[in-house]
Design a protein around this ligand. Structure first.
Ligand code: URA
Length: 411
């Protein structure tokens, strides 16, 4: 087999065999195929797409590039979740304890943030003492003892995704529906859960910008799941405005705890209830309506908050020691009116500029900084009202964050 012939074939929009896909992708993992050859094939895939058979074959190649977790020794239904990443997305921190508090096993491996979206692992690391890197034995023990775990992904799980994702990131080939579907579903299937809930973010602040692509990704991921006899449900959720009122690592952990304490009712609350209800409905084989009642009760009764605290403590975290920067500045409105939009992309850029995110994987992040939205969509504002608060370490300018707010003026 010859790499160039395979690239030519895909460029001519012909279907590749599993052997051909394996030859190039595994060749890349083994450093026999060059970056420029792999990027060229990825671009041909981006332009010409993939057939379902190619997607199923490539998912299999990805999964088999590393180890597959066997969770069969853990009793009960295991339900995993994944989000395609959004601004202020701390849903895992909220949903996993809710679902686990209702008796469903939640084995969750999460990632770090890169670019404009934050990662669950970074948020958890803002809690002093919290351990994200667990051995397989520790992962299984925690699942058995408390019914949930959130850890960083092991190096052994789908190593092919790691190298291909890094190359996609720098070769303009991230936005391919089949490549996104393969990347997500291979990791979810290798993580060993029985059922999977995927939250596809759609909007300006997300990887997927339009409803049509979100729907296409949803259908493809469900078909991949079916191919492995796994029940997969997908939600498509808005990512034009930030989720909740906090963007930044420690701020988001604090917001998650507040929500579980029954103190938050906003778009974050609604989405968490939706995700958790679908996971409980799958896990217990009950209707969404019944699952929703259980989810709301888990929040109101503080059962989910107890599970959250138990999980943080189990992994060594000391929530009381978590710090948010003492340096803060309030950004005031120079208009009077009603807030009709808050641009997620601008908020995330400002939060990143303050130090809460990274642009390369080596960047160090500052857990204590970020943005708190004092006003939300639908709120009325007067001139001089605080729109948001920036928590900073070093303030170089005010990053024009007021541009994130669209205010319809009224007299
Ligand atoms: N999340 C992933 O894990 N992979 C992608 O390709 C995109 C989002």
């Amino acid at each position: 087999m010859n790499v160039i012939d395979i690239i030519d074939k895909k460029r001519n929009n012909e279907e590749l065999t599993k052997e051909e896909l394996s030859f190039v992708f595994n060749g890349y993992l083994n450093k026999e195929v060059k970056d420029y050859q792999m990027s060229s094939l990825l671009m041909a895939i981006c332009i010409n797409g993939m057939t379902d058979q190619e997607v199923f074959d490539l998912t299999d190649i990805f999964i088999n590039s590393g180890e597959v977790l066997d969770l069969s020794e853990i009793e009960g239904v295991k339900v995993d979740k994944h989000s395609t990443g959004g601004v202020g997305d701390k849903t895992t921190l909220i949903v996993a304890p809710i679902v686990a508090s209702l008796g469903i096993i939640v084995p969750k491996m999460s990632g770090r943030g890169l670019g404009l979206t934050g990662g669950t692992i970074d948020k958890l690391e803002s809690i002093p003492g919290f351990r994200v890197a667990l051995t397989k034995e520790e992962f299984m023990k925690e699942l058995k003892e408390i019914g949930m775990v959130v850890s960083s992904q092991t190096e052994k799980l789908v190593p092919l995704d790691k190298v291909i994702y890094a190359l996609r990131d720098v070769s303009g080939t991230v936005n391919s529906i089949p490549l996104i579907a393969v990347s997500i579903m291979s990791k979810k299937i290798a993580s060993g859960a029985d059922k999977i809930l995927i939250d596809i973010k759609c909007g300006d602040g997300a990887l997927i910008k339009d409803e049509r692509s979100a729907k296409e990704l949803k259908d493809l991921m469900i078909r991949i799941g079916n191919n492995y006899e796994k029940e997969v449900r997908c939600l498509i959720s808005d990512m034009n405005v930030p989720l909740g009122v906090c963007v930044g690592n420690a701020l988001e952990v604090a917001e998650a705890a507040e929500l579980l304490d029954g103190k938050v009712r906003n778009n974050l609350y609604d989405l968490c209830v939706d995700i958790a209800s679908n996971m409980v409905s799958m896990g217990k084989n009950i209707s969404i309506i019944d699952a929703r009642d259980e989810v709301i009760d888990a929040i109101n009764s503080k059962k989910a908050l107890e599970k959250f605290n138990q999980f943080i403590t189990y992994q060594g975290g000391r929530l009381d020691d978590m710090r948010i920067s003492d340096n803060k500045v309030e950004i005031k409105s120079n208009k009077k009116g009603i807030i009709t939009d808050i641009d997620a992309l601008i908020v995330s850029k400002v939060s990143n500029a303050l130090g809460s995110g990274r642009t390369t994987i080596e960047d160090k992040i500052n857990y204590e900084v970020g943005v708190f939205l004092n006003k939300q969509i639908g709120d009325t504002v007067d001139i001089g009202d605080t729109l948001c608060t920036l928590y900073y370490d070093k303030m170089e300018d005010n990053f024009n964050i007021s541009e994130a707010f669209t205010i319809e003026e009224k007299e």
